[in-house]
Write a protein that binds this ligand. Structure first.
Ligand code: C2O
Ligand code: CU
Ligand code: CU
Length: 531
């Protein structure tokens, strides 16, 4: 542990322009760098990056891989002096094991809720003192399991069958048997109980769900999990003087919980020892409200190979990639010329909306994430030095196929300068008893998502499907917009057009803002796929 005091926020040095963003994302390349600020004691990156273990199925009887996840409370030593009360799965005090599924196979996932029955203390509803308290989803510490990015029927996606309904502590529930039928991808799982998702994820409940498609083996992408294929679950957290996780203890947190310390795979600013070869990084943003603009401190270029839902048509060389809350990106980094060096993964500065938190590390700040210590000698790597020219066949995002167009107005009610009002979609707060959109099975649709907020970014997410981004009115699409997506950042005053193909079974699914505080406050709706 690096022994940083909780009161030492990792902050960008130097002024960071915080003018309000209107259209587009104005990049602030080379804005203040946090590396100049040494921690008070110990050194940064002293902890080794842990790799979440792969969960073995408890049974494969009848060709169905059975997975069991048990959510429970625990104590995690983020700091040397005192442990932090947290939540985790399957004996891990924080986060959970990685579930790895193969395309074409059948699986079922059972959630056991062993969270303490007494549940959380009520959270203040910061926007409106008269509103009901946060933190209780009707049942104390009820949890649920949502398989984020999995393209399956609603009953399989989640336990209970409506992911917003909490499963009470002491109870178990299995998802429906499902067949994995989507390309190789880095997905994830997390709880989804209405009004308490943000707190439970913040306490540590999240894990990876990796889909492998055997047809991609000839690409010979790095795939030795934990060696040259590293999952990086990136989260920001805020700790109190007692090392406890602080959640929504400030008024502005209601607009998105931002921390001032960065965790990767549940460890503060770790390092990883990597071969001097081309390696694959799976970047997972499991933060409540922070977007990361990942890159290397020295500008080291890399290739993006996958977006949320699978491989891109071809590797794209970039030196930074924006990953919104809940988003993922897979990149290949060639360390073959960096033997013996230490390289730093950072989040580059970007011009983010102001107003979230002046005391915390603001969204858009430039800060370090972790360190890579490249082996001194060049690895006798089996990975070919040549990048595959092609990765995947993606159907053209042809909007002419769409027969239905819907508009989703994301709005911050009230006076934004005075904190604003409710976060709504089409003027409505979430209501579990209401179906907002009726969709015909097999339909192609265009969803136009309009962010009317002047300040808030809304990462828009649709359950049970991978979609394509057609257009942003703020500028051209970036590589991370050009593959399969399930979560798309919609900037203030921005309009994004999506193409969706509802190519699956009937059922009820959610769509929502994946800023978990917005989601918990009701910026969510339901669509029903009908035969
Ligand atoms: Cu990760 Cu409803 O979402
Ligand atoms: Cu989801
Ligand atoms: Cu939002």
């Amino acid at each position: 542990m690096n022994g940083l005091k909780a009161t030492d926020p990792v902050r960008p040095r130097g002024p960071h322009p915080r003018t309000r963003l209107r259209l587009g994302l104005l990049l602030v390349a080379g804005a203040g760098c946090a590396f100049g600020q040494a921690p008070a004691t110990g050194s940064m990156f002293s902890e080794t990056l842990p790799i979440p273990p792969i969960l073995a199925p408890t049974s494969t009887k009848g060709g169905i891989a059975e997975y069991e996840l048990t959510a429970h409370a625990g104590q995690t030593s983020f700091f040397t002096d005192r442990a932090t009360p947290t939540y985790g799965y399957n004996g891990m005090s924080y986060l959970g094991p990685t579930i790895r599924l193969q395309r074409g196979h059948q699986a079922r996932i059972t959630l056991h809720n062993h969270l303490p029955a007494d549940g959380p203390a009520p959270m203040p509803m910061a926007m409106d003192p008269a509103a009901p308290p946060m933190g209780h989803a009707g049942v104390p510490n009820g949890s649920s399991l949502h398989l984020h990015g999995l393209a399956v029927a609603a009953e399989a996606d989640t336990t209970p069958s409506n992911c917003c309904v909490p499963l009470p502590p002491g109870r178990d529930q299995a998802s429906a048997v499902f067949k994995v039928d989507q390309p190789s991808a880095t997905l994830w799982y997390h709880p989804h109980p209405y009004m308490d998702t943000g707190r439970q994820v913040y306490m540590g409940l999240a894990g990876l769900l990796i889909i492998d498609d055997p047809k991609d083996a000839p690409l010979r992408l790095p795939h030795t999990y934990g060696v040259d294929d590293l999952p990086l679950i990136v989260q920001d957290r805020r700790f109190g003087p007692d090392r406890g996780l602080l959640f929504r203890d400030r008024k502005e947190d209601a607009e998105g919980m931002l921390g001032n310390r960065i965790l990767v795979n549940g460890v503060l600013a770790p390092h990883a020892e990597v071969p001097a070869a081309r390696i694959r990084l799976r970047l997972i943003n499991a933060s409540n409200a922070r977007a990361y603009f990942f890159g290397f401190r020295d500008g080291h270029a890399f290739h993006q190979i996958a977006t949320d839902g699978g491989l891109l048509p071809a590797p794209v060389e970039v030196d930074r990639v924006m990953v919104p809350p809940a988003g993922r990106a897979e990149i290949l980094v060639d360390f073959s010329r960096d033997a013996g060096k230490a390289l730093h993964l950072v989040s580059n500065g970007f011009q983010a909306p102001a107003g979230q938190s002046s005391l915390s590390l603001p969204n858009g700040a430039n800060f370090p994430v972790m360190e890579f210590r490249v082996a001194a000698s060049k690895a006798a790597s089996k990975i070919p030095p040549i990048l595959p020219a092609k990765l995947a066949e993606l159907p053209a995002a042809d909007e002419a196929r769409a027969t239905v167009t819907r508009t989703f107005d994301l709005e911050k009610g009230g006076d934004e300068d005075a904190g604003g009002g409710d976060d709504t979609i089409n003027g409505k707060l979430f209501d579990m008893a209401r179906i907002d959109e009726h969709v015909k099975a097999g339909a192609w649709e265009i969803w136009t998502v309009v962010n009317h907020s002047r300040e808030m970014v809304h990462p828009f997410h649709v359950h049970g499907i991978q979609f394509r981004v057609l257009k942003r009115n703020s500028g051209p699409l970036v590589p991370n917009d050009q593959g399969w997506k399930d979560t798309v950042n919609v900037l203030p005053r921005e309009t994004v057009r999506l193409l969706l193909h509802f190519d699956r079974q009937a059922g009820t699914y959610m769509y929502h803002c994946h800023n978990l505080e917005h989601e918990d406050m009701g910026m969510m709706g339901q669509y029903q796929v009908e035969p």
